[in-house]
Design a protein around this ligand. Structure first.
Ligand code: NAD
Ligand code: MG
Length: 401
């Protein structure tokens, strides 16, 4: 008898949630055990009707209303609330796999709880690793959890790594396996061909209009500033246990090659596909097997050319800042992530210009003083630094206005 895999989709109402649920709807071997949503609760309600999960998590203030609504519709679903609700779902003994698809620092506690409960984690929430990479990876090892990357670049690299590394995430010795470098590809975002001055004048609508990918607002702005690639660089250091100097970033505007592994013999292995998150999600869901993802197959005959460009670190300063933060250590990556979340929200809110994001991130990284993190630092210490950095970045934003 084939056992069904019970899936909890945290962040079910977002872009990754959409892609994940589209696959799950077509694959009866998976059961949607739990869902969560924060905004757009009407959409979450529709998802509950469609997938009939056993549990659902909503913001604390919405628990009673949402439970009432479900029961009026004749749906018997346990409603939990807030951060604790997400954690309860993540560690639930009935949950086999957690899809970590909440955006930002809000996704960290439940993702870490899933690791400590030894779950299979499909990780989209890169901010969790940027803030707490070491704590997360230690938890995965100690509790025998499985961490599979959904981020298309990291999923591509995972697929291109030797089987021995894929299968043993407790003993990763990349260099012994002949891995020389990782190459993260970046689309360059909507402003690749535009001047810094044009970027300065960009509206929110222009900034979130990604040329190749359809994504949530925060990651779309991160792609426009290339902070997304900076966060992904830090994510890759933790996932693949490499220092930042072993990871190159190359702009590849077509988004066909999703990343590469360079080996000591001169081989480059790449993973290609249409720019559709359903491919990496299907890979991680079914790993080590393969399932249909529903994504459009790549039409190689229709491709006219693949370009590779070295990123301009002056125009895309966030990429430089991410390397700087990774060299300085975890405190710096927490500060950078927090500052960036505040700055992106301020841009989306019309308070600052797109190019101010990098300036704010740089000031935060250089000027914000936070308590030192010790070897035994845990999530509370990380969240304390995150909170201080957010508070001080709010002031930097206010000063700009
Ligand atoms: P999104 O904004 O579309 O969705 C975010 C989800 O998180 C929603 O379900 C929302 O309700 C929930 N959420 C937001 N704030 C919350 C809070 N405070 N508490 C609990 N839940 C909250 O974002 P997305 O594009 O789906 O991205 C999700 C994550 O995946 C991000 O970390 C992003 O960097 C990563 N990612 C996304 C893509 C993509 O193609 N969209 C690709 C790679 C990685
Ligand atoms: Mg990515």
């Amino acid at each position: 008898m084939v056992m069904t895999q019970r899936i909890a989709v945290l962040g079910a109402t977002g872009s990754i949630g959409d892609s994940t649920l589209a696959i799950l709807a077509a694959q009866p071997q998976y059961t949607v055990y739990a869902l969560s949503g924060y905004h757009r609760l009407d959409k979450l309600f529709e998802l509950c009707k469609q997938f009939l999960p056993k549990r659902v998590s909503v913001p604390t203030a919405a628990v009673d209303d949402f439970a009432q609504r479900l029961s009026t519709a004749g749906l018997d679903i346990d409603v939990v609330g807030g951060e604790q609700g997400l954690i309860d779902i993540a560690v639930d003994s009935q949950t086999d796999t957690v899809v970590a698809a909440i955006v930002g620092a809000a996704g960290l506690p439940s993702t870490l709880a899933a690791a400590r409960a030894g779950k299979r984690i499909l990780l989209a929430n890169k901010e969790a690793l940027v803030m707490a990479g070491q704590v997360m990876i230690n938890a995965v090892k100690m509790h025998n959890a499985t961490l599979l990357p959904l981020d298309s670049e990291h999923n591509a690299i995972f697929q291109c790594l030797p089987l021995a590394i894929q299968q043993d995430n407790t003993q990763i010795h990349q260099l012994e396996h002949g891995v020389r470098k990782l190459w993260l590809t970046a689309s360059g975002g909507p402003f690749l061909q535009q001047s810094f001055e044009q970027m300065q004048q960009a509206s929110v609508a222009q900034a979130v209009k990604h040329p190749n990918w359809s994504m949530g607002q925060k990651i779309s702005v991160d792609s426009a500033t290339m902070m997304n690639k900076g966060l992904e660089l830090i994510e890759a250091c933790h996932l693949f246990d490499l220092t930042e100097d072993k990871i190159n970033v190359v702009i590849h505007p077509q988004s066909i090659i999703h990343s590469m592994v360079e080996y000591s013999d001169g081989s480059f292995l790449a993973q290609l596909g249409s720019p559709d998150m359903k491919t990496p999600i299907a890979h991680a869901l079914s790993y080590p097997n393969r399932i249909e993802s529903g994504s459009q197959p790549l039409d190689l005959y229709a491709l006219s050319g693949l370009e590779f460009i070295k990123p301009d670190l002056q125009k895309f300063a966030c990429l430089r800042l991410a390397r700087q933060a990774m060299q300085s250590g975890t405190q710096a990556t927490i500060v950078l992530n927090a500052a960036n979340e505040i700055a992106v929200a301020a841009f989306l809110d019309g308070q600052i210009r797109l190019t101010d994001i990098a300036d704010i991130n740089e000031q935060a990284l250089n000027d914000i003083q936070v308590p030192p993190l010790t070897e035994t630092a845990d999530i509370e210490d990380i969240l304390t630094i995150d909170k201080i950095a957010r508070h001080l970045t709010d002031k930097l934003v206010a000063k700009l206005n």
